[in-house]
Design a binder for this molecule. Structure first.
Ligand SMILES: Cc1cc2nc3c(=O)[nH]c(=O)nc-3n(C[C@H](O)[C@H](O)[C@H](O)COP(=O)(O)O)c2cc1C
Length: 342
C-alpha cells in the first residue's frame, strides 16, 4: 500500500493537471448552481467557490455557505482572511468537507475585504501570508494554494511579485494563480480594479522562468480557449478564466475537455440545458426558486441564433412564483426552432 505522502503527491498531481484550466472564484456568481452547470459542460476544469471568509466558515451556516454537490469535483474552496488561527481552522473544515484544494485570496480589492486586512492588501504582507499558509498546510490534508495580484498601489510588480512568491513558497505553497494586474486599494471600485490597471502577462511568464518549480496559472482578461492554449504552449502551467467562462460558458467549457486535456467530447449547450432539468427539479422540491439556477444559464447560447430570446424568456419568467422546468424547456424550444429555421 502506498504511504500517505505518496498518495498525497498523486492527489496534488491530479489537481495540478486539473488546474490547466480553471474557472475563477467570483462572488455572487460561482455559487453551487453555477458550478453544477459548469461541471456539466466540462468534467475536467478545476472549479472554485466564491470567496468565503474564514470566520464565516467557522461560525456560519456551513451547509449554505460551503455545501456542494458531489459532481462538482475537482473543486477548490477559496478562503478570505488574514488571521492564521482562523484560516487554519477554516482550512481544516474545508478539507474535512471534501474540498480538493483550499485557496487563499490575496487579490480581492473590495472595501469590506480591506477593512478585514485581507485580500489584495496582503500583497504588502508576504510574511503574514506565509504564516497563514503554513498554518493552513498544517491543518489541511489537501493542497493549499494562493491567488494573488502582481502588486498593489505604488508597489513595483517586478520587485514585489518575485519576493511574494518566494516568501510564500517557503511556507510550502507550490501552486499560485496570478491575476496579471495591480489592484488600486483606493480610488477604484472592485469592478474597475478588474479592468483599469493594465495587464502585464509578460511578468507572469517571467515568473515561470524564474520559479520553474512553482505551478503558475495566469488570470485576467483571457476570453477564449485559443488564448488559453497559447499561454499553456508558452510554458505556463494553468489558465484561469473568470468573466468569459461565466458569460459564455458553453464556448469556454463545452470544448475544454477536448482541447485542453485531449479527451472527451464537446458538450453542447442544448445538452447541458437538458441535463440541468433534474437538478432544477430537485432545487425546486427543496424550496428553491427557479431564477436562482437559471440566472447562471443566461449566457449558454451567447453569440448564437436565439440567444436573445433565450435570455428574455428566462429573465422575465424565472422569478415568477411557481416557475419551473417547463419555462426552461419553452426557452430551449425557441432556440431550437430558430436554429432549425436558420
Ligand atoms: C463578479 C465577480 C466576483 C469576483 N469575486 C472574486 C472572489 O470572490 N475572489 C477572487 O479571488 N476573485 C474574485 N473576482 C476576480 C476573478 O476571480 C478574476 O480574478 C477576475 O475577474 C479577472 O479574471 P477575468 O478577466 O477572466 O474575469 C471576481 C470577479 C468578478 C467578475
Amino acid at each position: 500500500m502506498r504511504n500517505a505522502a505518496e498518495a498525497m503527491k498523486q492527489v496534488n498531481g491530479r489537481l495540478a493537471t486539473a488546474a490547466r484550466l480553471s474557472v475563477a472564484p467570483m462572488m455572487d456568481w460561482t455559487d453551487r448552481h453555477c458550478r453544477y452547470l459548469h461541471r456539466l459542460l466540462s468534467h475536467r476544469t478545476l472549479l472554485y467557490t466564491e470567496m468565503v471568509t474564514a470566520p464565516a466558515v467557522i461560525h456560519g451556516e456551513r451547509d449554505r455557505l460551503i455545501g456542494f454537490d458531489a459532481s462538482e469535483h475537482p473543486l477548490a474552496l477559496q478562503l478570505g482572511g488574514s488571521d492564521p488561527v482562523d484560516l487554519r481552522e477554516a482550512a481544516r473544515i474545508g478539507a474535512e468537507r471534501g474540498y480538493d484544494e483550499i485557496n487563499l485570496n490575496c487579490g480581492c480589492p473590495s472595501d469590506r475585504v480591506q477593512s478585514g486586512a485581507f485580500g489584495a492588501v496582503l500583497m504588502t504582507r508576504p510574511e503574514l501570508v506565509a504564516e497563514c499558509c503554513a498554518e493552513m498546510i498544517a491543518a489541511s490534508p489537501v493542497e493549499v494554494t494562493v491567488k494573488c495580484r502582481i502588486g498593489v498601489d505604488e508597489q513595483v510588480p517586478e520587485e514585489v511579485l518575485p519576493r511574494f512568491l518566494e516568501t510564500v513558497a517557503a511556507s510550502g505553497v507550490s501552486r499560485f494563480t496570478i491575476h496579471a494586474r495591480k489592484a488600486w486599494l483606493q480610488g477604484l471600485s472592485p469592478k474597475e480594479n478588474r479592468d483599469v490597471p493594465p495587464l502585464d502577462y509578460d511578468l507572469v511568464l517571467r515568473m515561470k522562468r524564474e520559479f520553474p518549480r512553482l505551478h503558475l496559472s495566469i488570470n485576467g482578461g483571457i476570453g477564449t480557449l485559443d488564448e488559453a492554449e497559447s499561454f499553456l504552449a508558452s510554458g505556463l502551467d494553468g489558465v484561469m478564466i473568470g468573466r468569459a467562462a461565466y458569460h459564455s460558458p458553453a464556448d469556454i467549457l463545452g470544448d475544454a475537455d477536448k482541447r485542453i486535456w485531449g479527451e472527451g467530447a464537446v458538450t453542447r449547450a442544448e445538452d447541458a440545458v437538458r441535463d440541468m432539468l433534474p437538478y432544477i427539479e430537485r432545487h425546486l422540491a427543496d424550496g428553491g426558486r427557479l431564477h436562482q439556477v437559471t440566472r447562471h444559464m443566461l449566457g449558454l447560447f451567447a453569440g448564437r441564433p436565439g440567444a436573445r430570446g433565450w435570455r428574455r424568456v428566462l429573465s422575465e419568467g424565472a422569478s415568477r412564483p411557481g416557475a419551473g422546468p417547463e419555462l426552461v424547456l419553452e426557452a430551449l424550444q425557441r432556440v431550437e426552432d430558430l436554429q432549425q429555421a436558420a
